[in-house]
Design a protein around this ligand. Sequence first.
Ligand SMILES: [Zn+2]
Length: 429
Amino acid sequence: MFWDKKIETMKPKDLQALQFKRLKKTLYQIQNVEFYRKRLAEAGIKSSSIRTLEDITKIPFTKKQDLRDGYPFGFFAVPLKKIIRIHTTSGTTGKPTVVGYTRNDLDIWSDLIARNMTMVGITKNDVFQNMVNYGMFTGGLGFHYGAEKIGMMVIPSATGNSKRQIEMINDFGVTTIHCTPSYAMHLSEVAEEMNTSLNSLKTGLFGAEPWSESIRKTLEKRLGVTAYDSYGLSELFGPGVAFECQERDGLHIWHDCYLVEIIDPKTGDQLADGERGELVVTPLVKEAMPLLRYRTGDVSMLMEDGCICRRGKKIARITGRSDDMLVIRGINVFPSQIEHVLLKIPEVGNQFMVYIDRINHLDEMTVEVEINRNYFSGELADLAKLQKNIVKELRNALELRTTVKLVEPGSLPRFEGKAKRVIDRREAI
Ligand SMILES: [Zn+2]
């Protein structure tokens, strides 16, 4: 099942030639970005330095922090008038990372989603309910336009109100859903409480956070779907970068659009197939925001070429992060973001702890904060006010609801050396 058979069944030799042509074009376009002009000049890389695909290892990595430093539009390689949409991802210092799209970018992005959905047998006859955030998060609009491109009926139900979501699935005869795996677990429980079976469902597309094979089994049993893993990140358009096929043994990554490496996150050296390390991607077709050797922070490995459905090395399912990023309800959170918020509030002391739990299959974050006596009256009413204020500030910065507990000065653990302020108590899913 192919959306773009010519590209999806390309012979390895032709694919490599196409990748190389596109890499050279990317290197040319990227000269419009001051950051890269400088970075490549410093590394002594000219156009003539890159003669084969393997020469990519000469190019320095691009890190998330580089993108943050370029806020807001420093990484755009086209004039602003050519950008027709932006999305953002949450940042560590209050400022998000901005990603931009030209019309051509949006067209390719929706094509990639269409490839993924077609690969698992979804057609224009399906009815698709997209239960993810439709705002600045790329998961909503990304899947929306890909599904529309195929021509199925799309229900942009977004997040929240699980009972209503379940009614829509039943009333509209929904066959395919997209959401985070933890929300799918929650939904299956609400359906059980409502004593309804979601008979029309066939396919579940789950992504934005890592999930295990045991969760897959549970979701398939409870929702009556075949569950597929979806991988992407906003810096590489959004969802659609890699996707499971019907074999459900690793994710096909679209090699005509993404040049993939696995590296040792400590040394930066490339690792061999079958070795687990950090996924590094050079997008080959992005116009608005080309990137070179982008470090995703996600841990995976390249698998041997040999799927029955199509050629091309797959990547293994993501098993974690190579940095300290947390994924909470599908939202990326760095502990430094929390610290940044707390430091701005004078009544807050300089010690805090973060606990993450999974309650009824939904992630819950609790932040324990020491109060600062110098700025604090000790009145109970003020305590409640302070707590409310911290919750509000955290929500503004992280787009996430948290529970805040205020504790006495001196009561939280002190650390010698590297502080361990985050305790993730979620079972590995
Ligand atoms: Zn396959």
